[in-house]
Design a protein around this ligand. Structure first.
Ligand code: PLP
Length: 415
């Protein structure tokens, strides 16, 4: 079998997620993945194992404690390898929102009064508000607005905004509403020519394939582990050369012990250890689909990412096609996925019905979705959409199947 012929075995994938067998959820098509994903058995197993035998204070010499500490370190190390970072470039915190507030506080160190900070109006508020608040220390906030006609952030616009005073740029890798994948590598290239620090929000990108942070060249990158098949935690990557210059925001005596010093208080221990289960799940996916075992984790992740993208295109394009052709619907973002240029996060509004009405109709058909602004309220405002009623969002990941897509099409076709 050639590589091109290998398709994601979605039945195998679904067999790994107990939610598809659970009496409460098994009959539902789940389209709220951009809100938070289901977890595979491996994650639940690691969580149970930790809580059963090693739920003690870690890093002492007795076995329960020693193993707890070793597993916490292992979880961080594995995630570092999966995204091509070093272990001391990874900070695991309570959520992306917390991580970005903590980071913005630390980056004040690099700002002088009158320096520019660029934020977008396409991002989730988690990657806007912490940076906008830097005006309290004298920063000048500049907004990179997306093009209202195609909903894209354009590089030519960014170039017009950059001055010698620009120090920080916060931008999403993929919007949780528009779904387009922004060219973060090109954005970083432009920014770095101007000595600007780039913070990429990967929350809506990472569930569709873990990023290679070195290839992107980004200075900081965040994603929410509860949307990448894990527990409610957030991962923050930071380039070591910047991290080591950040102020100690933890206890005074810990001076110099980065990245531990960036985030006051560490993550939830049992949830941290359960991240090993995400790694185990991806290892299982790899060995189920591929024979050769002489690749490193990063190489395996890249091959799985390709399988996932091809599958997501297959299940999402019929829905994008349907919604973009309905005269009474307005689709936000690109009308098809090609070569990973879009996530299967599909937002739309109707001319005749409120988004709430539509989501209720879908729920009647056992389609789990919702209407909201999803905290990307600046994006909705720019598009002239009521931020209370919001958009209907259908967000898929690799465990969705073509039956889910057909179910949506049949349900939408009834009204
Ligand atoms: C694109 C995006 N960025 C950031 C966040 C915030 O993540 P968290 O809930 O981990 O704070 C979300 C949450 O939905 C999101 O969709």
């Amino acid at each position: 079998m050639t590589l091109e012929n290998i398709k994601l075995d979605v039945d195998y994938v679904r067999s790994q997620f107990p939610a598809f067998k659970d009496p409460l959820s098994k009959d539902w098509s789940f389209f709220e993945n951009a809100g938070g994903s289901y977890v595979p058995n491996n994650v639940i197993d690691k969580l149970t194992e930790f809580m059963t035998s090693t739920k003690v204070q870690p890093y002492a010499e007795y076995p329960m404690s020693k193993i707890a500490g070793e597993n916490m370190d292992r979880a961080t190390e594995l995630f570092a390898k999966m995204i091509n970072a070093k272990k001391n470039e990874i900070i695991i915190g309570g959520s992306t929102s917390i991580n970005l507030y903590v980071l913005s506080n630390a980056l004040k160190k690099f700002l002088n009064v009158g320096d520019d900070v660029i934020v977008t109006n396409q991002d989730h508020e988690a990657n806007i508000s912490p940076w906008r608040k830097l005006k309290d220390v004298g920063a000048n906030i500049v907004e990179w607005k997306f093009n209202i006609n195609n909903q894209e952030l354009e590089l030519s616009e960014l170039e017009k905004l950059i001055t010698t005073k620009t120090k920080i740029l916060a931008v999403t890798h993929c919007s949780n509403i528009v779904g387009s994948v922004n060219n973060l590598k090109a954005i970083c290239d432009i920014a770095h020519k101007n000595n600007i620090i780039v913070i990429g929000d990967g929350v809506s990108y990472a569930p569709h394939g873990f990023p290679d942070v070195k290839e992107l060249g980004v200075d900081f990158y965040t994603f929410s582990l509860y949307k990448t098949y894990g527990p409610h935690l957030g991962l923050l990557y930071g380039k070591e050369e910047i991290l080591k210059d950040l102020p100690n925001q933890n206890h005074e005596f810990l001076n110099g012990q980065y990245p531990y010093t960036i985030n006051p208080g560490g993550p939830n221990h049992e949830e941290l250890v359960s991240l090993i289960g995400i790694y185990d799940y991806f290892e299982n996916l790899y060995s189920h689909h591929f024979e050769s075992d002489n690749l490193n984790i990063l190489e395996k992740i890249k091959k799985i990412n390709d399988l996932i993208s091809t599958h997501e295109e297959y299940i999402a394009n019929p829905i994008l096609d349907y919604i973009s052709n309905r005269k009474d619907f307005k689709l936000i973002g690109k009308s098809s996925i090609k070569n990973k240029n879009r996530a299967p996060t599909i937002s739309f509004v109707s001319k005749n019905k409120s988004s709430k009405e539509i989501s209720k109709l879908l729920i009647k058909d056992k389609i789990a979705t919702r209407n909201d602004n999803f905290y990307a309220w600046r994006c909705l405002k720019h598009l002239g959409i009521d931020t209370d009623d919001g958009v209907v969002r259908l967000s898929m990941v690799h465990y969705n199947n073509i039956s889910d897509s057909n179910k949506i099409l049949n349900s939408l076709d009834k009204f």
